[in-house]
Design a binder for this molecule. Structure first.
Ligand SMILES: NC(=O)c1ccc[n+]([C@@H]2O[C@H](COP(=O)([O-])OP(=O)(O)OC[C@H]3O[C@@H](n4cnc5c(N)ncnc54)[C@H](OP(=O)(O)O)[C@@H]3O)[C@@H](O)[C@H]2O)c1
Length: 233
């Protein structure tokens, strides 16, 4: 996909990676629309990006997600790509997990991206792209993070089927599986204390890999464990 001129909705734009991705896409010439939960930070980013269309939505409110998608498509005259970068984390042994916390994890990390993509598909041009931020734990479920790992593994499984089903429209589905990155996500955990985490991976490398993956129509961004760098395939 050619990023210059591409019409891209970034969901979770108020977050660290979502904000970085929105800025990088705009710098690459994309026409960016934004959604996020915190309206103050969302409008500040929209202003920073020269008045990008922006509408707040809560991922657990399907109607607000659909409204944000429709508003973005209307403002941009359709969509060429959607990037879903919202997410929440929680920590602790599986046996002690709180049901309400687990429900929120799956609502935000798994169900809401599915809802957003379903709402976006009628607006998405053939040859377009869907980008979903799952996580390395989708492939390597981690102790003390059973529910977060499961929510991301479920999203990843869904993405792999979606990719095959959208082949007839030449829409690519890029599943981004970053390792730990120091964005403050773990400090905003819904519950629990994080286990000992590896040193945070370079944030800029994640953003560059996503943009390159979009350009190439890649399937995945994953960590090469030996080289400790992100690769696309
Ligand atoms: N950081 C890492 O180590 C890492 C590693 C692998 C994967 N990831 C994934 O990458 C994505 C971005 O993470 P990040 O590190 O950039 O974290 P972040 O800075 O905490 O961003 C999280 C984003 O999710 C949004 N969000 C949370 N609950 C929401 C809800 N109910 N409705 C709407 N938006 C909601 C936040 O919105 P507000 O700020 O507006 O509330 C924020 O935009 C997540 O999916 C995360 O799981 C991160």
């Amino acid at each position: 996909m050619e990023l210059a001129g591409a019409r891209v909705l970034v969901a979770g734009a108020t977050g660290a990676l979502g904000g970085d991705l929105a800025r990088a896409l705009a710098a690459a010439g994309a026409r960016v629309a934004l959604t996020g939960r915190d309206d103050g930070r969302l409008q500040a980013l929209a202003g920073e990006l020269g008045g990008a269309p922006a509408r707040a939505a809560d991922a657990v409110d399907v109607d607000s997600v659909r409204s944000a998608v429709d508003a973005a498509a209307q403002a941009l005259g359709g969509l060429d790509a959607v990037v879903v970068a919202w997410g929440v984390v929680a920590f602790g042994p599986a046996a002690d997990a709180d049901d309400a916390v687990t429900e929120e994890l799956f609502a935000v990390n798994t169900l809401a991206p599915m809802s957003l993509v379903r709402a976006a598909l009628p607006h998405l041009a053939d040859g377009g792209a869907v980008v979903l931020l799952s996580a390395i734990v989708a492939d390597a479920p981690t102790l003390g993070m059973a529910e977060y790992s499961a929510s991301k593994a479920a999203l990843s499984a869904w993405a792999s089927v979606l990719r095959r089903e959208l082949r007839s429209r030449s829409v690519s589905v890029l599943d981004v599986k970053p390792p730990h990155v120091d964005t403050g996500l773990v400090d905003r955990a819904l519950a629990g204390e994080p286990p000992r985490l590896p040193e945070g991976h370079d944030r800029g490398e994640v953003v560059t890999a996503v943009l390159d993956g979009l350009r190439e129509g890649a399937r995945e961004v994953v960590l090469d464990p030996r080289e400790r760098r992100l690769v696309r395939r």
